[in-house]
Design a protein around this ligand. Structure first.
Ligand SMILES: [Ca+2]
Ligand SMILES: [Ca+2]
Length: 239
C-alpha cells in the first residue's frame, strides 16, 4: 500500500516538475502523530481527503506541502477558511521540497483551508498555494458521516497491528486499535462534515449550514407565535 502510494507520489512529482513553483502534493495528520509513517494524502485539485484521527484536546494538526523543487522562502501562511490557527510554518529542515504547517484549535466537522503566499522555489514564484482538509473524527471510511459503518470498521480492526491500511481506525492516535477507539467513534456517531457531499447520488440531502438552520428556526418560531396568537384570539373573542 505504502509502495503504491510512493510510486504514485513520484509519478505526480515527475508530472508536476515542469510547472514552476507548483505544489505537487500535501498530507496531514494529528501533530502528535506527525512523525509517524502514516499521514492522510490530500489532493490539491481532486476529491477532498478527510482526517479521521483526533488532534487531541487542542485540535492540533500538521499539514505538509510537498513541492516539485526546493523552496527558497515562503512569504506567509494563513488559514483562509474554516476554524483553526497557524501556530508555526517552516521549510522542512530535512527536506527543502517540503513546507510544514502546524495548526491548533482545529474544530471537528469542518473543512479547513490553509494558504501559502509568495512561495519562492528554485522553480519560480507562486503567488498562492492553497490546500484543504476535511476534519471529521471517527469517519474511518471517509464518506463525510460518522455512523455504524465506521463503528463496524473500527471493530473489525481492533487488536490488529496499526499499518498504512488501517491507521484511520486508530482514532485517538495512540498506536493501537482497541476498545478506546471503538468508544471514541461511537461517541462521534451522528456527526457530519458540514457542507460536504462525497457523492450526491448516494446521499439524500446536503447538511444544512448554520444560516439555513437559523432561517428554519426563525420560520418555526414565527409560525408558533403567529398561530399561537390566532389560537388565543379565537379562544378569547366570544367572552
Ligand atoms: Ca463514515
Ligand atoms: Ca487507538
Amino acid at each position: 500500500m505504502k509502495n503504491i502510494r510512493e510510486v504514485l507520489a513520484i509519478g505526480f512529482l515527475l508530472a508536476a516538475s515542469s510547472m514552476p513553483g507548483y505544489a505537487s502534493s500535501f498530507s496531514f495528520s494529528p501533530t502528535t502523530d506527525a512523525g509517524s509513517l502514516w499521514q492522510v494524502d490530500g489532493s490539491l485539485s481532486g476529491a477532498l481527503a478527510i482526517e479521521s484521527q483526533s488532534g487531541g484536546p487542542n485540535g492540533d494538526y500538521t499539514m505538509v506541502f510537498t513541492f516539485a523543487s526546493s523552496l527558497t522562502s515562503v512569504g506567509g501562511v494563513t488559514v483562509t477558511s474554516g476554524t483553526g490557527t497557524v501556530t508555526s510554518g517552516m521549510i522542512d529542515p530535512s527536506n527543502p521540497d517540503r513546507y510544514i504547517v502546524n495548526l491548533a484549535g482545529v474544530t471537528n466537522g469542518q473543512i479547513i483551508t490553509v494558504s501559502l503566499t509568495n512561495v519562492l522555489s528554485s522553480g519560480g514564484l507562486k503567488p498562492t498555494v492553497s490546500a484543504s482538509m476535511g476534519v471529521l473524527i471517527g469517519d474511518t471510511n471517509s464518506d463525510g458521516f460518522v455512523d455504524s459503518a465506521d463503528i463496524a470498521q473500527t471493530k473489525s480492526q481492533s487488536g490488529i497491528l496499526v499499518t498504512s491500511s488501517n491507521f484511520r481506525e486508530d482514532v485517538n492516535g495512540d498506536g493501537f486499535i482497541d476498545s478506546a477507539d471503538i468508544a471514541f467513534v461511537k461517541s462521534k456517531s451522528g456527526t457530519v462534515l458540514n457542507n460536504f457531499q462525497i457523492d450526491p447520488t448516494n446521499r439524500p440531502a446536503r447538511v444544512p449550514d448554520t444560516g439555513s438552520s437559523a432561517a428554519l428556526l426563525a420560520l418555526a418560531l414565527f409560525g408558533i407565535t403567529f398561530f399561537g396568537r390566532r389560537l388565543r384570539s379565537g379562544v378569547t373573542a366570544p367572552s
